[in-house]
Design a protein around this ligand. Structure first.
Ligand SMILES: [Zn+2]
Length: 223
């Protein structure tokens, strides 16, 4: 028979552990893994990169890669984004916030970019090939539950750093990006951050640089 006070202490410790570590089931305990020294840019991307002050960053721009290479971070070191979130929820940091990357069109100056791995559908949760860009070539992926958690953990981490007030979709920042990041990333990470933290997203008609506003269906059934 375990003395009751030990049980109470044990339960208390368990509650503390669970309540303090909401992302502990993710790879690396939900922490951002620094791969900056491994990251590389194409010559073209490098030629369009600038330096800025870290304090210029106030926004996170959500993207989907349009492909998946699995869960090995080494296979994503060439992605032009500040962060990548892989299907297993692993979060990897590729470029400094002081590096203005050519990632998000008209939103580049004020933002860091996060790319979610996968070729994700243009209708929430769809498995119909016509909902995917180049399904034959790039496959048909779905946003994974762990990947949603990874995206949310990244939002939390950037908020703790202090300057995050806005969240956008790449679609809003330039032409030919209609399904970037797509409805699932927007609803599960973008809308979640808007609801939870009051982050701003520009409003329903906002777009720059020939981008397009967020469409109504991206908000999904829980809008
Ligand atoms: Zn994009």
């Amino acid at each position: 028979m375990v003395p009751i006070w030990i049980s109470v202490v044990g339960l208390g410790a368990l509650w503390f552990a669970l309540s303090k570590r909401p992302y502990s089931n993710l790879p690396n305990g939900g922490k951002i893994v620094d791969r900056r020294k491994h990251a590389r840019l194409t010559d073209d991307a490098a030629s369009h990169t600038r330096t800025r002050k870290a304090s210029d960053v106030r926004a996170l721009v959500l993207h989907q890669m349009g492909f998946s290479r699995g869960n090995d971070p080494k296979r994503y070191d060439g992605v032009t984004a500040h962060y990548v979130v892989l299907p297993d929820g692993g979060i990897y940091w590729l470029h400094d916030h002081t590096t203005r990357l050519p990632a998000s069109g008209g939103l580049n100056s004020e933002s860091v970019a996060v790319e979610f791995a996968g070729n994700l559908p243009s209708r929430a949760g769809s498995t119909n090939p016509d909902a995917f860009w180049g399904a034959d070539k790039f496959g048909m992926d779905q946003l994974e539950p762990a990947q949603i958690e990874g995206g949310r953990a990244l939002v939390d981490a950037l908020r703790r750093q202090g300057s995050l007030t806005h969240i956008y979709a790449h679609r809003q920042g330039g032409p030919n990006r209609e399904n970037d990041p797509g409805p699932d990333v927007w609803r599960e990470v973008g809308m979640w951050a808007i609801r939870k933290y009051g982050l701003q997203w520009g409003g329903e008609s906002f777009a720059v640089n020939k981008g397009k506003p967020i469409p109504a269906h991206w908000w999904g059934a829980i809008a």
